[in-house]
Design a protein around this ligand. Structure first.
Ligand code: ADP
Length: 471
């Protein structure tokens, strides 16, 4: 089987969230089962071409977008020691600017619809010109949702799988904007109740197989949780081709024993290194050095559904109890303001780092005691998996992938603290429980050991994807 994996973000080249991590590690895990694995993604301005040895592949072309002819150039990595071949699409008009989806001020680019429609047209062009030999096209999220329909509309008999990493983002085209889409596609393009065309629903309607990134989230979507009626109808009519496969993680890149971003390695049998990471984390972020105080960590896009409305209301209370907090995140300005104010109210107790910082993300995983991830909903979630691997005990809401991957603590059992329903009082109770267990030294060490013994490597999930490819 020859697979082409299409994604708007691919780690380590470009990353805004979990999609990048999956696009960077799942294809790698699939290589043992397929004859060729290619990944294609935009060449954004901030991608370091020199660092990754990204050079022109000798392929140029052009596509017609809204009656305008737009050129593209294909790049690839030279001298890669990887079975995955990654292709990059360069376009002065759409991708060379810095930023993946947003400007430096966090606002989305006005032409995102055009940019990702262009991305998909280039993929289609490369397939039509037979420059990429493909049996199965693996599309991811709304940025690639039009491809299954585009292939059909152009009579190309390549099978498609569409993976939904987050149902929140549709890729909406207004009726006016949709005029740039080919007529053939438009006749079948899925409308939402807001009178917009949805690239996400289009992917659901036309792909040969669909999956989302955990069985729990698949179930939630089938039940229509957090969904408008229209979207729910589309999901239900695709039920026969719909499944949930939990994400794995790159266990080499997220490995406390070999992590190149942290200075002190640690493991299940050598846990003292974790404390030295905590010390470094406290010191380098202006937090009081109090090793006995539980340190709650958080790494997240700052958006409402990651649970911030609950978290910010509990900070004063838990600081008064002696807890410390470190938040790393960027996104919503209002949430950033609230975290920033909390850190000013409690200097030395709460640190907020506004921005995207890969190295600090690794140190927070390594040095925190407890990881806060009370998402209102969560398709899979990766940070709770990294946290388990680094012995940083997650507090999660019982939803989607979080409930599939974290088991609630009871004496001698469990890997984290799970609460429901999504209410302030319930999160408060879960944090209190974590606080109490943290003080019971041997119980806490056992909990860390159980967390670190969990296996979230890709292998089992990769085999599940292979079964879908074969079908
Ligand atoms: P989502 O995809 O909804 O953002 P996930 O938990 O699935 O959530 O994945 C988020 C990924 O992005 C993780 O690898 C996380 O470490 C990373 N991440 C999020 N925000 C930041 C940040 N501010 N700095 C560094 N890494 C971040």
């Amino acid at each position: 089987m020859k697979i082409l994996f299409v994604s708007a973000e691919v780690a380590p080249f470009s990353k805004a969230g979990g999609l990048a991590d999956v696009a960077g590690s799942l294809p790698q895990a699939l290589t043992s089962y397929v004859s060729s694995m290619h990944v294609i993604t935009p060449l954004y301005g901030q991608i370091d071409r020199q660092l990754f040895s990204i050079i022109p592949a000798g392929i140029n072309g052009e596509v017609v977008l809204d009656k305008e002819v737009i050129p593209y150039t294909i790049f690839h990595q030279a001298n890669v020691n990887s079975k995955v071949q990654t292709w990059f699409i360069e376009s002065e008009q759409f991708f060379t600017r810095p930023g993946i989806y947003t400007k430096p001020n966090g606002q989305g680019f006005d032409d995102n619809n055009l940019r990702y429609f262009f991305f998909q047209l280039v993929v289609l062009d490369l397939i039509e010109r037979q420059l990429l030999s493909v049996d199965i096209l693996h599309c991811n999220d709304h940025h690639t949702g039009l491809l299954p329909g585009l292939l059909k509309a152009n009579g190309i008999k390549i099978r498609t799988i569409f993976t939904i990493h987050n149902f929140l983002y549709h890729g909406h085209f207004s009726v006016e904007e949709s005029k740039i889409l080919p007529k053939l596609l438009l006749s079948s393009l899925s409308m939402t109740q807001w009178n917009n065309y949805s690239a996400l629903l289009e992917g659901i309607d036309h792909a040969d197989a669909i999956n989302t990134v955990s069985p729990g989230y698949a179930q939630a979507l089938l039940l229509g949780e957090n969904l408008d009626e229209h979207s729910h109808e589309h999901i239900l009519s695709a039920q026969h081709k719909f499944s949930g496969i939990v994400n794995g993680i790159d266990t080499d890149y997220w490995n406390p024993e070999t992590d190149t971003y942290t200075s002190v390695p640690f493991s299940l049998n050598k846990l003292d290194g974790k404390l030295r990471n905590k010390l470094e984390l406290l010191q380098s972020n202006g937090l009081d050095v109090n090793m006995k105080a539980p340190l709650f960590g958080s790494i997240s896009r700052l958006v409402e559904n990651k649970g911030f409305p609950l978290i910010v209301d509990l900070l004063d209370d838990f600081v008064a109890k002696g807890a410390q907090f470190i938040f790393l995140g960027s996104g919503d300005e209002e949430i950033a303001k609230q975290l920033s104010k909390a850190s000013q109210r409690h200097p030395g107790k709460i640190a907020f780092i506004d921005g995207f910082n890969e190295a600090l993300a690794h140190l927070i995983e390594a040095g925190s005691d407890i990881f806060l991830m009370p998402s209102r909903f969560e398709p899979c979630g990766l940070n709770q998996l990294y946290s388990l691997r680094y012995g940083t005990i997650p507090i999660v809401h019982k939803t989607g992938g979080l409930s599939d991957t974290v088991q609630d603590w009871k004496t001698g059992q469990g890997t984290g603290f799970v609460f429901e329903p999504y209410k302030l009082e319930q999160l408060h109770k879960a944090m209190n429980r974590a606080f109490d267990v943290f003080k019971m030294k041997s119980e806490w060490t056992d909990l860390i050991r159980r967390a670190m013994s969990q296996d979230f490597s890709w292998d089992r999930s990769a085999r599940h994807y292979i079964r879908i490819y074969k079908t």
